[in-house]
Design a protein around this ligand. Structure first.
Ligand SMILES: *[C@@H]1O[C@H](CO)[C@@H](O)[C@H](O)[C@H]1NC(C)=O
Ligand SMILES: *[C@@H]1O[C@H](CO)[C@@H](O)[C@H](O)[C@H]1NC(C)=O
Ligand SMILES: *[C@@H]1O[C@H](CO)[C@@H](O)[C@H](O)[C@H]1NC(C)=O
Ligand SMILES: *[C@@H]1O[C@H](CO)[C@@H](O)[C@H](O)[C@H]1NC(C)=O
Ligand SMILES: *[C@@H]1O[C@H](CO)[C@@H](O)[C@H](O)[C@H]1NC(C)=O
Ligand SMILES: *[C@@H]1O[C@H](CO)[C@@H](O)[C@H](O)[C@H]1NC(C)=O
Ligand SMILES: *[C@@H]1O[C@H](CO)[C@@H](O)[C@H](O)[C@H]1NC(C)=O
Length: 474
C-alpha cells in the first residue's frame, strides 16, 4: 500500500493482517502507533495530495541496516504521482542509515522529530559523478565528486522539512581522509539541488556534513529557513549554506556552528565559471547566527566567476567568528561582486569586522587567465556593533583593480586586548564612511552624517507566503 488516501486504512486491512498471525503482530502494533501519533501541520510552499511513510517501502530504522535502496525506491514510486498532486514521504522516528539518494518534483521529504537520517560511512554508497560545469574540477582536487547524500537535478517544487528532525552526515571519516590528502574525489555534500526551482529546506537540524551542508546550484526561487547547522569548529570546509549560481533566494532564522563560512555566496570558479556565466543574484539573508572561528559569517566568493550581485543581509549575529561579511576573490576570477547591502550586525569576539581579500588564490588548474580581474563595487555596511575585536578592518583589493564604492556608516567597534598592531589596513580600496568608531583609514573618506544605502523594495522570494500543510496516517 503506497498511499494513504483518507479513511483507506480500514478494519479490513487490520483484519487481514491479524489473520496472517503472530509474525505480523508487531507490524499491526506499528500501524496502531502511527494511527494515533502521526499527525503534523507545517508550513510549505506547496501541500501534497498523497502521503507515504518510509516504513511502507521496507525501511529499517535500526541505525545499522542501509536504507539506500529503500529511499530510492520510495522516491521512484512517489514520482509517479508528481502530476497528481504530488507526494510527501514521511521519515518516522528512528535511525535511518542511508547512502546517496535523489529527490523528485512536487515532492516533500518530511523528517519527523526523533527521526535521524544517518549518512553511511561507506564511500561506495556515494557514486562518483562529474565535477560541476562551473567549477571544471572537484573542489577537493581534480576529478569527480562523490554524490551528495540527498540530491536532485532538474526538479521543480521540492521541499525538505520536518519538525526539527535530524540529518547526520557522519563527516569525521571524510574529514580525516581529506586532512590526510587520501581522497581521489571531492567529498559529498549533505543536500544539493541542481538546476531546480521552487525549493524549500526548513525546520531541520543538520550535523557533521562531510563538507558543505546545503548547496543549491543553478537553481532559483529558494527558501531556506529555521535550520540548526552544527559541525566542529575545526572540521574542514563544513560551510553552512552555499547558494551557487542561484537567483531569488531567502535564507532566514538559521544558526550555524561550523569549521568554515556560515553562509558562502558563490558562482563558479575561474575560467569554468566565466564560461558557464550564471551569477548569484537577489539573495536576502536575515537573522543568521554564526559561530565559526575559522570562517566568515557570510563570504562572497571565493568562487564568484559568474558574478555576485544584489545580496542583502539583515540582523546578523556572530559570536567568536573570524570576520563579518567578507569578500574573497583573486585575479583569474573575472566577473564582479556588486550591490552588496548589509544592515545590522551584532558581533562578539572577532578577528576582523570588515575583511576584503583580492589575493585569495586557489585555482582549479593552470588554465585560468590572470588578466581576468573581478569588479568589486558598491559594498554597503550600516548599523554595526562589535566587541572584543582584534582588527576593525583588514581591507585589501587588487593592484590596478581597486575595490571601489565601499560605504561604512554607524559602526561602533570595541577593540579587545588581543589587538593587532594596526586597527585598519586599507590597500587598493576606496569609498566613504560616516560615524565610524574607531576612525577608519583615510581612503574611506568621511562624508558627514548619512546612511549607507539599503534597498527599500523587497526581493520577490520574500513575498512568497507559505501554506499550512499536514499529514496523518489515517
Ligand atoms: C508503488 O506505486 C504503485 C502505484 O503506482 C503501487 O501499486 C505499488 O504498490 C507501490 N509500491 C510500493 C512498494 O509501495
Ligand atoms: C542523482 O541524480 C544525479 C543527477 O541527475 C545523477 O548523476 C545520479 O546518478 C543520481 N543518483 C542516484 C543515486 O540516482
Ligand atoms: C519546527 O519544529 C518544531 C518542533 O516540532 C516546532 O515546535 C516548530 O513550530 C516548527 N517551526 C516551524 C517554523 O514550523
Ligand atoms: C532543534 O533541535 C536542535 C538540536 O537539538 C536545537 O538546538 C534547536 O533549538 C531545535 N530547534 C527548534 C526550532 O526546536
Ligand atoms: C581554516 O580554513 C582554511 C580554508 O578555508 C584552511 O586552509 C585552514 O587550514 C583552516 N585553519 C584551521 C585552523 O582550521
Ligand atoms: C546604529 O546602529 C545600531 C546597531 O545596529 C542601532 O541600534 C542604532 O539604532 C543605529 N543608529 C542609527 C542612528 O541608525
Ligand atoms: C596590509 O594589507 C596589505 C594587503 O592586503 C598587506 O600586503 C600588508 O602587509 C598589510 N600591512 C600590515 C601592516 O599588516
Amino acid at each position: 500500500m503506497a498511499f494513504y488516501q483518507r479513511s483507506t486504512l480500514s478494519t479490513n486491512l487490520v483484519a487481514t493482517l491479524m489473520i496472517l498471525g503472530l509474525i505480523r503482530f508487531s507490524f499491526v502494533e506499528c500501524r496502531r502507533k502511527l494511527l494515533f501519533e502521526s499527525y503534523a501541520a507545517y508550513p510549505a510552499i506547496n501541500c501534497r495530495k498523497h502521503t507515504a511513510f518510509l516504513t511502507e517501502f521496507g525501511g529499517n530504522g535500526d541505525g545499522i541496516t542501509s536504507n539506500t535502496a529503500v529511499f530510492q525506491a520510495a522516491v521512484q514510486n512517489l514520482s509517479q504521482v508528481a502530476d497528481d498532486g504530488g507526494a510527501q514521504l514521511v521519515v518516522p522516528p528512528g535511525k535511518w542509515l542511508t547512502g546517496s539518494f535523489n529527490l523528485t518534483s512536487h515532492f516533500t521529504l518530511f523528517i519527523q522529530s526523533g527521526a535521524v537520517i544517518i549518512a553511511s560511512e561507506d564511500a561506495e554508497e556515494y557514486p562518483v559523478v562529474e565535477p560541476l560545469p562551473s567549477y571544471g574540477q572537484g573542489r577537493d582536487g581534480p576529478g569527480g565528486r562523490f554524490s551528495s547524500l540527498i540530491g536532485g537535478s532538474h526538479l521543480t517544487d521540492v521541499v525538505v522539512t520536518g519538525d526539527n528532525g535530524t540529518i547526520d552526515g557522519q563527516g569525521s571519516i571524510w574529514w580525516k581522509k581529506f586532512n590526510r590528502k587520501k581522497l581521489k574525489s571531492t567529498r559529498p555534500y549533505l543536500i544539493e539541488l541542481m538546476y531546480s526551482n521552487q525549493v524549500q529546506i526548513s525546520n531541520l537540524t543538520l550535523i557533521d556534513s562531510p563538507s558543505w551542508f546545503v548547496h543549491p546550484v543553478y537553481s532559483s526561487d529558494i527558501i531556506i529557513q529555521d535550520l540548526t547547522i552544527r559541525a566542529p569548529v575545526d572540521s574542514p570546509n563544513t560551510d553552512g549554506i552555499i547558494p551557487d549560481s542561484c537567483n531569488n533566494v531567502k535564507i532566514q532564522d538559521v544558526r550555524v556552528v561550523s569549521g568554515n563560512d556560515c553562509v558562502a555566496v558563490k558562482s563558479g570558479w575561474d575560467e569554468y565559471g566565466v564560461r558557464f556565466g550564471v551569477p548569484t543574484e537577489q539573495v536576502i539573508i536575515r537573522r543568521l547566527t554564526c559561530n565559526s572561528p575559522n570562517g566568515s559569517v557570510i563570504a562572497l566568493g571565493s568562487e564568484m566567476s559568474g558574478g555576485i550581485k544584489n545580496i542583502r543581509a539583515e540582523d546578523i549575529t556572530a559570536i567568536n567568528s573570524q570576520s563579518g561579511v567578507r569578500i574573497k576573490t583573486s585575479p583569474g576570477r573575472g566577473a564582479y561582486i556588486t550591490d552588496i547591502f548589509v544592515d545590522g550586525m551584532n558581533l562578539q569576539t572577532m578577528d576582523y569586522v570588515f575583511w576584503t581579500t583580492g589575493s585569495y588564490g586557489e585555482h582549479p588548474d593552470l588554465g585560468f587567465d590572470s588578466r581576468a580581474l573581478p569588479v568589486v563595487d558598491r559594498i554597503n555596511y550600516r548599523n554595526v556593533v562589535a566587541e572584543d575585536v582584534k582588527m576593525a578592518g583588514n581591507m585589501g583589493g587588487i593592484d590596478n583593480d581597486p575595490f571601489t564604492g565601499i560605504c561604512l556608516s554607524n559602526v561602533t567597534i570595541g577593540i579587545g586586548t588581543q589587538q593587532e598592531n594596526l586597527v585598519w589596513n586599507c590597500t587598493y580600496v576606496s569609498g566613504v564612511s560616516s560615524n565610524v568608531i574607531p576612525e577608519p583609514c583615510d581612503v574611506l573618506t568621511e562624508k558627514g552624517p548619512s546612511d549607507c544605502e539599503y534597498p527599500p523594495d523587497a526581493i520577490g522570494i520574500d513575498m512568497v507566503e507559505l501554506k499550512t500543510c499536514s499529514f496523518s496516517s489515517v
